[in-house]
Every structure is written in C-alpha cells, then in structure tokens.
Design a protein around this ligand. Structure first.
Ligand code: BTN
Length: 265
C-alpha cells in the first residue's frame, strides 16, 4: 500500500448525524490542529467541529514538547468541545478520550494497548498515541475544550527521528502491516462520540472501570516530576476526578493532578 494523503470524502458522508465531526476542516499541512481549533472556538465554532491535518509543522505535545508530525502516515486531529462540566471535572475529558482511543486502537492491534496516565497510549512500553487537552474556563464553567489527538499509524521506524525511535511505536510497527488511516479515523470519531455522550449523561463513573482496565501501571513504582520536585510512589489507580493515586512510602494515598510520570524498577 502506497502512503497517500488522507482522503476524507468517504468519511464526510458517514458523519452526518453524529455529535462529533459533522463539520470538519481539513489541511494538507498546518502549524498545529490544536492551535487552529482554538482560533475556531474563539470565533464561536460549535461543539464537535473537527480540525484534521495530514501534517503539522508545529505539532505540540504536553509540557511544551514537540509532536513529530510527518505527512501521509499518521493522524493529527483536534475537536472543539463545549462540555457542560464544572472546571474541576474538565480533566475527565482527557480520561474519556484515552478510553475511546484505547478501544479504537485495540481493534487495530494484535495486543491491547495501555493507558499511561494521563494522556499516553502505549504498546509494549512504547508510545503509540498522545492526547493534548486544552481547557478554556469562564468563572464557574468550561467555555470550551480543545481535544487534540495524535496517532502514529503507518509510521515506519526508519522514518522516525532518532530522538523518538527508542520510545515510539506505530500501528504499522505493532501489526507488521498498514491500515487505512481513514478507517481508523472513522472508528475513532465514533468511539469518541459514544464515550463523550456517556460522560455527559452519566459522568465519569461508568467509564472509570474501562479506564482502569487499560491502566498498565497498577502496582508499579512510579517517579513523578512536578515543577521543581521529584517524588516516588506505587500507582493505585485514579480518583473520580481523574487524579492519579500514588501510595507514598508511608502507605498514604497521594493525589497527583499534574506532572510527568514514569515507571521505575
Ligand atoms: C502528548 O503526548 O504530549 C500529546 C500529543 C498530542 C499531539 C496532537 S497531534 C494533533 C493535535 N495538535 C497538536 O499540536 N497536538 C495534538
């Protein structure tokens, strides 16, 4: 299969009637789909509008990192969401998206993926996909959320830059053959639409057991880097509001709401 630019015509027809993705903005190349979706949201874009790009020149990851975004091989998408959630529950959007993304990817992979709190999907310890959620809040409500997702789909190892080669993987690498990016995108939009609906109607509680089932680090000793601090603890799961629960060396459960977490042996 030759790597071609995304062909979204077939998807466009299938999207009518969904909450997410009915209106989408496609770019062969863009700086960052998240930045563009934010501009659209500031101009009044409706819930569910989707920005899709075949490549990004300034793809952004969490903690100010760069997201490598070459053309013809991966997915780079951002949704404008307008959830009816109090700001304190906004992190649940990332958790919900991780469940949807893991469920989508599981159907394309030979082995189930894992969720690495809060926003990574990994397989065999290597990163396959990432989520970048950016929240805009009013005084006591969420104005909009930009939900950005990058998935390494038909990305061969030899195309990956040296700095990510040791820790990144792709659907192609894991299953040893290519998949249709259009099919994967279509499935992902459907899964997100379903999980987002569940979150809006019933809250995070019904999604939590599915999140926990994909959580690959339960019982594992973790290192957490906060702004200027490093701490350690055993991962015990997540709280109802999405905080990571780490058991410290005194047996106390600590709630971690931000930071970079890595397993240690
Ligand atoms: C991370 O793992 O740090 C999050 C990576 C998120 C990357 C996606 S690609 C589409 C969207 N646009 C961006 O600039 N970033 C997100």
């Amino acid at each position: 299969m030759v790597d071609l630019p995304l062909d979204l015509n077939s998807i466009r027809q299938r999207l009518a009637g969904q909450r997410l993705g009915t209106e989408f903005h496609y770019f062969a190349e863009i700086g960052s789909t998240n930045s563009h979706a934010r501009r659209l949201a500031e101009q009044g874009a409706r819930q569910g509008e989707l920005v899709v790009a075949d490549s990004q020149t300034d793809g952004r990851g969490r903690l100010g990192r760069h997201w490598v975004s070459p053309p013809n091989v991966n997915l780079y998408i951002s949704f404008v969401l307008r959830p009816k959630l109090p700001p304190a529950r906004a992190p649940q959007i990332t958790l919900m998206a991780a469940v949807a993304l893991a469920e989508t990817l599981q159907s394309f992979l030979p082995a189930p993926p894992s969720i690495k709190w809060p926003n990574d999907i990994t397989v065999n310890g290597k990163k396959l996909a990432g989520i970048l959620t950016e929240v805009n809040c009013g005084t006591d409500s969420v104005e909009f959320v930009i939900l950005g997702i990058g998935v390494n789909v038909n990305y061969p190892v030899d195309l990956m830059p040296e700095e990510i080669r040791q820790r990144a993987t792709s659907v192609l690498v894991e299953r040893q053959n290519k998949v249709s990016r259009e099919d994967l995108l279509w499935r992902l939009i459907q899964d997100l639409d379903r999980c987002y609906g569940e979150l809006e109607v019933n809250g995070f509680a019904p999604l939590a057991p599915r999140w926990e089932a994909y959580f690959g680090w339960r019982g594992q000793r973790m290192r957490i880097e906060l702004l200027d601090q490093v701490a350690f603890g055993i991962a015990r799961g997540i709280d109802h509001d999405g905080a990571l629960l780490l058991e410290d060396d005194h047996g106390r459960l600590q709630r971690v709401i931000a930071g970079d977490v890595t397993p240690v042996s």
